[in-house]
Design a protein around this ligand. Structure first.
Ligand code: M6R
Length: 615
């Protein structure tokens, strides 16, 4: 989704803004732009394409300015083009925007009927045009800006400045993420923390309806009358909480790897360990720290989880684990579906949202819906201070560090780690897991960083397999039980990174439809760990082979696959319930290598945004 940056301070603004935009590239974008205001007026540079294209149109030497705005655009209203790129300006007012102005058509028609001429097809342009409308009616710039914001419906994070208020930068939030970074006598704001990690670790996560006025050495926070209500006459200035982030700039850099996705795949032994570190020796203690009491647990008849994409797949693994270890039914739903149906959630039941970014619009909406029904909301989230973490009743942080690759990898295994801790804790509290069983599982979980490391040892073999599928146009991924979500996740990764069509299916369901797709040479990845479903999955392999499919088996039992699978990728043996950890690793690597072999931009796959902050 779009990325916003803003800077005011003693540094030369344009290099800082360009650096911030580069660090936000992972969010996905199709055009980029920057603007500055200085004593001589203002300047705007914007273009369709990459940051390097923007760099190419900047003048040499760069104009000197101490404040400015920057933007990466992910098109929603209006095709990617130079004219639709942000910043947008009218009457000396410059705006960058992330989100959607839902009533822009209505506002645009009114403005056009009054003679305003539009230079773009975007929803965003109504904002500077509206501000200039109120200015034409005699309001000073700041009053006009506050008034115009009251007309907006929808979600927006805005950066605003004007040549009529040099030395002041405005940051507004309603529904789309925005963080303000506090430096020494300087301020930054951005859609996400990594933009300014080299400059500051101190951030304020803005709330809906808030506006920051940033000037040299002063940050002033006020509440705006949001949702088209009455204007706030006397700005209220509540105290704001500065959060110190423990991520480093290096954590958001490639550290010698060719791609963020590759680096993040290889970080998994560490991130799994980090996520379990605090609670592995006392999972029930974790529940107490989360504010979950034995009384609450005994009152729950079922649990609800909602999430999107990869986080949804982690939720499905969590369902299997929690049902197996804690014997409590778990409903898992895609967040965008959850929010628009009758939610049969009992008051005081447990609702879990799973989100790496903590900013996914559908997941946030589901969390809010569940809270409205009176559920206790717990979020499994990777970003300290994100919207999900601030709005939930309780937060269980995954400790994956900044995930920059658009294709989620290390966040997924960190989410599974957190869900297993939860499953063991709930099983223990509900008396379903006796101490010895819990200890065995904990012992196995402690070994997981090592086992994930071993699974990464399959990389060479996986690369060979990737060469054999590079020209495929379609693939099937099959798994059973707790590894069915792993088949889904493997197929999603391949689609995202290689653009090869892939379907994930429960292996036993194949004969109810997808078997029709199998023809000579179709690559079929089968996740087949040793365990109670091994023989059944072997039968599915036979069904694929009988129809000419090419079986790529991911297994901890290679000997039994000899002569049955065309390709075998070996992973280390694990406790069956924990096998998703080792099985997902070769599937992530397969997608990565295939994407690289097809010369795709694996860190920024086409059409995708890292965090989907609009519906
Ligand atoms: O930040 P979230 O975990 O809420 O994001 C959810 C999905 O958008 C995300 O997992 C997406 O599917 C990734 N591109 C998967 O690789």
């Amino acid at each position: 989704m779009c990325g916003i940056v803003g800077y005011i301070g003693d540094k030369s603004a344009l290099p800082v803004l360009m650096d911030g935009l580069k660090r936000l590239e992972y969010r996905g974008y199709d055009s980029a732009g920057v603007a500055y205001v200085n004593g001589g007026g203002m300047g705007i540079y914007k273009t369709m394409g990459r940051i390097r294209d923007l760099q190419g149109i900047l003048p040499e030497p760069l104009p000197e300015a101490r404040m400015g705005l920057g933007h990466t655009r992910w098109a929603t209203h209006g095709a990617p083009s130079d004219r639709n790129a942000h910043p947008h300006a009218a009457g000396g007012v410059v705006v960058v925007h992330n989100g959607i102005i839902e009533n822009y058509q209505q506002l645009k028609s009114r403005l056009q009927s009054e003679g305003h001429e539009f230079a773009s097809d975007t929803d965003t342009e109504v904002i500077p045009q509206l501000i200039s409308r109120y200015m034409k009616k005699g309001m000073p710039f700041e009053a006009a800006m506050r008034r115009a914001i009251l007309d907006l419906k929808g979600s927006y994070a805005l950066g605003i400045m004007s040549d009529q208020a040099p030395g002041k930068l405005f940051a507004v939030r309603n529904g789309s993420p925005l963080v303000v970074g506090f430096g020494e006598g300087e301020f930054f704001f951005a859609s996400d923390i990594p933009a300014f990690l080299p400059y500051t670790k101190k951030f304020v996560f803005m709330e809906d309806g808030q506006m920051f006025t940033l000037s040299k050495g002063e940050a002033r926070l006020e509440l705006l009358g949001n949702g088209g209500g009455t204007p706030v006459k006397k700005p209220e200035a509540p105290g704001f909480k500065v959060v110190e982030i423990d991520w480093t700039a290096e954590m958001a850099e490639k550290e010698g790897y060719g791609h963020f996705m590759e680096k993040e795949i290889y970080e998994q032994p560490k991130t799994v360990m980090e996520t379990m570190r605090e609670w592995i020796d006392d999972p029930p203690g974790m529940l107490r720290a989360l504010g979950i009491t034995s009384r609450m647990i005994l009152g729950w008849r079922r649990l609800h989880i909602a999430a999107c994409g990869t986080s949804y797949h982690a939720a499905l693994v969590g369902k299997y684990a929690i049902e197996a270890l804690a014997h409590i039914p778990v409903d898992v739903e895609i967040a965008s579906e959850f929010r628009y149906r009758e939610q049969l959630i009992e008051k005081n039941s447990l609702f879990i949202s799973i989100t790496q970014s903590g900013e996914t619009a559908d997941t946030l909406a589901a969390q809010r819906e569940a809270a409205k029904k009176g559920a206790f909301s717990l979020t499994l989230c990777n970003v300290v201070g994100s919207t999900a973490s601030r709005e939930a009743d309780s937060v269980l942080y995954t400790r994956a560090g900044p995930e920059i690759g658009v294709a989620s990898t290390k966040a997924f295994t960190a989410q599974m780690t957190a869900l297993y801790l939860l499953a063991v804790a709930l099983g223990t509290e509900r008396g379903r897991l006796i101490a010895a069983e819990a200890q065995t599982l904990i012992g196995q979980l402690k070994k997981m960083p090592l086992l994930v490391e071993k699974a990464l040892g399959s990389a060479r073999r996986v690369e060979e397999v990737a060469r054999s599928i590079t020209d495929s146009s379609s693939m099937l991924y099959l798994g059973r039980g707790i590894n069915y979500p792993i088949a889904l996740e493997g197929a999603l990764k391949l689609k995202e990174i290689s653009y090869i069509h892939a379907e994930g299916y429960p292996a036993g369901e194949m004969k109810h439809g997808p078997i029709a797709l199998i023809e000579k040479g179709l690559p079929v990845v089968v996740v087949i760990p040793m365990g109670s479903l091994f023989e059944k999955t072997l039968s599915n392999i036979e069904e694929v082979k009988a129809r000419g499919g090419r079986v790529i088996a991911v297994t901890d039992e290679p000997a039994s696959l000899r002569g049955r699978a065309d390709e075998t990728i070996t992973v280390p043996p694990t406790h069956p319930v924990l096998s998703p950890f080792v099985n997902v690793i070769p599937l992530q690597l397969l997608a990565f290598h295939t994407g690289v072999l097809r010369s795709n931009d694996v860190d920024k796959p086409r059409n995708l945004a890292k965090s989907v902050t609009v519906e």
